[in-house]
Design a protein around this ligand. Structure first.
Ligand SMILES: Nc1ncnc2c1ncn2[C@@H]1O[C@H](COP(=O)(O)OP(=O)(O)OP(=O)(O)O)[C@@H](O)[C@H]1O
Ligand SMILES: [Mg+2]
Length: 556
């Protein structure tokens, strides 16, 4: 499945151990699952999951993690970081010990549920008890389940602190603490909660930080919680998954929606994610898409948890074609079959771009991303490219003729599928009569016309304009560069089926009741991550400026 991995590298860093590996060929170098020191009951579950070879991040981190080392693991999106920390945790726990021995902290509820589900699956033969706790779900039910003494708990910071406060979760026997999406967890919005959680764990615990992105100032914050950390970075040419074709499209704010529907017509995605900057944006775009006949729904932090989970489940099951979301869905979510990611609004942080487009092109699959950018925002695009070390290709907004060609091609596919399941005998007489009156081409054209979606732009949709991102200080905004549409040629249309896998990992979503005790504003759905400090006391790099931070509301 993972056909192409890149060279392993370790990044020397002050106060971080780094390991020098003598050069040997890649194939010889990566260890197989069976060579990683994992027990039989774990290997059996790995095999059941269909994993044949360990991914580089797994091969590199599992032995050191098993040995109890503190690890910073950085590897591209969709490369199996969950199992990289999950498998050694499973191996190291004692199922006869009733205490919580490992704690995994996740930034969003949906990600916490997914992680619980994956680790539970990998620990089935070991009979490990893995529980998830997150806000927006009935705390009493969580308390009841905690009475069964899980050895591993996955949770969002606010709800974990609620449980700690109630003494329904005790962390004094924790051997391993994981911050998944560590750079997000150590950023200002979460840091105070994370510090409180860490304070509850023994000082000789093992600390693991994992993420696809790890800005240096944030890493410095993390290192303060670690002992002799080893950084293991799976270095590739680019920071983004190399299986994602990345495009951008320059568009005026008021034209974006029509361009989006045309591009969807042209590219005909199997499953796609559309990221918007605000909740209003997500609501309006989802509604507009539905009005124009697309099978879409939106999620953001103002929806009930039950609704969030149920929309995600529909999307995962292929009952929804387009999921519109705020950054609440940007990190960690593993939804197989997502072929396209559309950034209706360019994200303000380049790291966020990496995570958003990382929802496609996972586990070796192919993906396409298209980022809308207004003239004012071109400097943000260049910042993204600087981080990812990859240039996005420009795309022209499709014309109505191109969009029509896309819709007609989709109709053609539908007719082909119809032909395959049609029993000719059933309509033999009618077919003969029609063929006497009309030639075959006219009949087929009539059928195609019936199956072709109408021009979406005929249905007027009004999307409230959002303020563009603030212009960068010293940047030349949209007037920089060579301007205009540089005439990209590919339309990124995917042929083939995009491989929508049927396996559902949303098994952790059983606690759907709302309510329960929620202290203060913990686990709030929206975190305005204003403020510009960071614990390292050093200024953050230019593109993480405070003015930008105040602008966008981040949700968890
Ligand atoms: N060794 C393996 N072989 C094949 N598939 C694997 C392997 N390990 C994990 N996977 C699958 O790869 C997919 C991506 O894994 P995972 O969600 O852990 O990625 P990640 O690196 O955490 O990504 P992100 O940075 O987006 O959080 C999952 O569907 C997982 O089941
Ligand atoms: Mg992950």
């Amino acid at each position: 499945m993972f056909s192409k991995w890149y060279k392993w590298d370790s990044v020397p860093e002050e106060r971080i151990f780094f390991i020098l590996i003598p050069w040997i060929s890649q194939e010889e170098f990566y260890l197989k699952f069976t060579e990683l020191g994992l027990d039989e009951d774990i290997l059996k579950a790995v095999k059941d999951s269909g994993y044949e070879e360990a991914t580089p991040i797994q091969s590199e981190t599992i032995p050191s993690t098993l040995a109890g080392k503190d690890i910073i693991g950085q590897a591209q999106t969709g490369t199996g970081k969950t199992a990289a920390f999950g498998l050694p945790i499973l191996q190291n726990i004692d199922v006869n010990n009733p205490n919580i021995q490992a704690i995994i902290v996740s930034p969003t509820r949906e990600l916490a549920a997914q992680t619980q589900s994956e680790i539970f699956r990998l620990g089935k033969y070991k009979k490990a008890k893995v529980q998830v706790v997150y806000g927006g779900a009935d705390i009493r039910r969580q308390i009841n389940s905690l009475k069964s003494h899980p050895q591993i708990v996955v949770g969002t910071p606010g709800r974990l602190l609620d449980h700690i406060g109630r003494k329904t979760i005790r962390l004094d026997h924790v051997k391993t603490l994981v911050l998944d999406e560590a750079d997000d967890m150590l950023d200002m919005g979460f840091l105070p909660d994370i510090e409180k959680i860490i304070e509850q764990t023994p000082s000789d615990r093992q600390t693991l930080l994992f993420s696809a992105t790890m800005p240096a100032p944030i890493k410095k914050v993390g290192v303060k919680f670690m002992t002799d950390p080893h950084q293991i970075t799976v270095k590739s040419k680019e920071l983004t998954a190399d299986s994602v074709e990345q495009y951008y499209i320059r568009s005026k704010e008021f034209e974006k929606f029509d361009v989006l529907t045309r591009i969807i017509d042209v590219q005909n995605p199997e499953l796609s994610l559309v990221f918007g900057r605000t909740k209003r944006r997500v609501d309006e775009v989802a509604k507009g898409l539905t009005l124009r006949g697309y099978n879409a729904a939106g999620i953001h932090g103002d929806l009930t948890q039950q609704r969030r989970m149920s929309i995600l489940k529909q999307f995962r099951d292929g009952e929804l074609d387009i999921l519109v979301a705020t950054d609440v869905a940007a990190r960690g979510l593993d939804i197989s079959g997502v072929t396209h990611v559309y950034n209706y609004d360019i994200p303000q942080d380049p790291e966020s771009y990496v995570h958003r487009i990382g929802r496609t092109g996972r586990a070796g699959a192919k993906g396409v991303s298209v980022t809308f950018v207004t003239n004012w925002e071109m400097d943000y695009l260049r910042d993204v490219e600087q981080l990812t070390k990859k240039r996005m290709l420009p795309l022209k907004p499709p014309t109505e003729e191109e969009a029509f060609a896309g819709r007609a091609a989709e109709a053609e596919e539908k007719v082909q599928a119809l032909v395959k399941k049609t029993k000719v005998e059933t309509f033999s007489d009618q077919a003969d009569r029609l063929l006497e009156q009309y030639d075959a081409k006219t009949l087929v054209a009539a059928l195609l016309s019936e199956e072709t979606k109408s021009d979406a732009s005929e249905t007027k949709v009004k999307i409230t304009p959002e303020r563009p991102l603030p212009r960068k200080k010293g940047g030349k905004g949209g007037y920089r560069g060579n301007g205009g549409h540089r005439g990209g040629n590919g339309n990124g249309r995917r042929n083939g089926n995009g491989g929508r896998g049927g396996h559902s990992k949303w098994r952790g979503d059983k606690d759907k009741d709302r309510g329960g005790y929620n202290r203060g504003n913990r686990d709030r759905n929206d975190r305005n991550r204003g403020g510009n400090g960071n614990r390292s006391g050093k200024p953050q790099s230019g593109n993480r400026s405070s003015s930008k931070r105040n602008f966008v509301i981040k949700e968890h």
